[in-house]
Design a protein. Structure first.
Length: 155
C-alpha cells in the first residue's frame, strides 16, 4: 500500500540532485518533508495513499499561491518569483485543473440534484458543496468552487 507518487517524488529528487537543480531539489525536499510530517501526525504513524499525497501536494501548492500574493503585495518580487517557481515544480505532480466551463457544469448539475432533494436557496450551499467537493477535489480551488455555488444559488 505504498504510494507510487511518493516514490516518484523521491526518484525525481535524486535526479534533480544529480543534475544540481537547486530549486527543484529544495522544493521536492520540502514536499517530502510535508508528506513525512503527515504520515507521523497523530497518535499512530500511517502510510499515505496517492490520494493523501495529492492532498498534501495541493496544500503545499496553496501555501505557495498565497505566498506569491503576500510577497507581491509587500513589494518583494524576488521572493514572489521564488515561490512562483516552487509552485511550478509542485504543479507538475498535481492533476490538471478543471476549466471554468467544466466547473460550472458540475456546479449546475449539483444544484439541480440538491433542488430535486428539496434544498434550495442559501440553505442549500452545504448540500451542493457535499455533492461538488468529491468531484473536484484537488482539481479546483475550494474558494472558487464556493463562489460558483453561491452565485448559482442566489437569484
Amino acid at each position: 500500500m505504498s504510494s507510487d507518487l511518493k516514490a516518484q517524488l523521491r526518484s525525481d529528487l535524486t535526479t534533480s540532485m544529480k543534475s544540481r537543480d537547486e530549486l527543484k531539489s529544495a522544493t521536492l525536499r520540502m514536499v517530502l518533508t510535508a508528506i513525512t510530517n503527515e504520515e507521523v501526525a497523530g497518535k499512530e504513524s500511517k502510510v499515505l495513499t496517492d490520494e493523501d499525497v495529492l492532498t498534501v501536494l495541493a496544500r503545499e501548492g496553496k501555501k505557495r499561491r498565497e505566498s506569491v500574493v503576500a510577497y507581491t503585495e509587500a513589494n518583494r518580487p524576488e521572493l514572489a518569483a521564488r515561490e512562483s517557481a516552487e509552485l511550478e515544480v509542485i504543479s507538475r505532480y498535481l492533476p490538471a485543473q478543471l476549466s471554468d466551463i467544466d466547473l460550472e457544469a458540475i456546479v449546475t448539475a449539483a444544484v439541480a440534484a440538491a433542488a430535486r432533494s428539496g434544498a434550495t436557496g442559501g440553505a442549500a450551499i452545504g448540500a451542493v458543496m457535499k455533492i461538488v467537493h468529491p468531484q473536484v477535489k484537488g482539481r479546483a480551488d475550494g474558494g472558487v468552487v464556493a463562489g460558483l455555488v453561491k452565485k448559482a444559488l442566489t437569484p
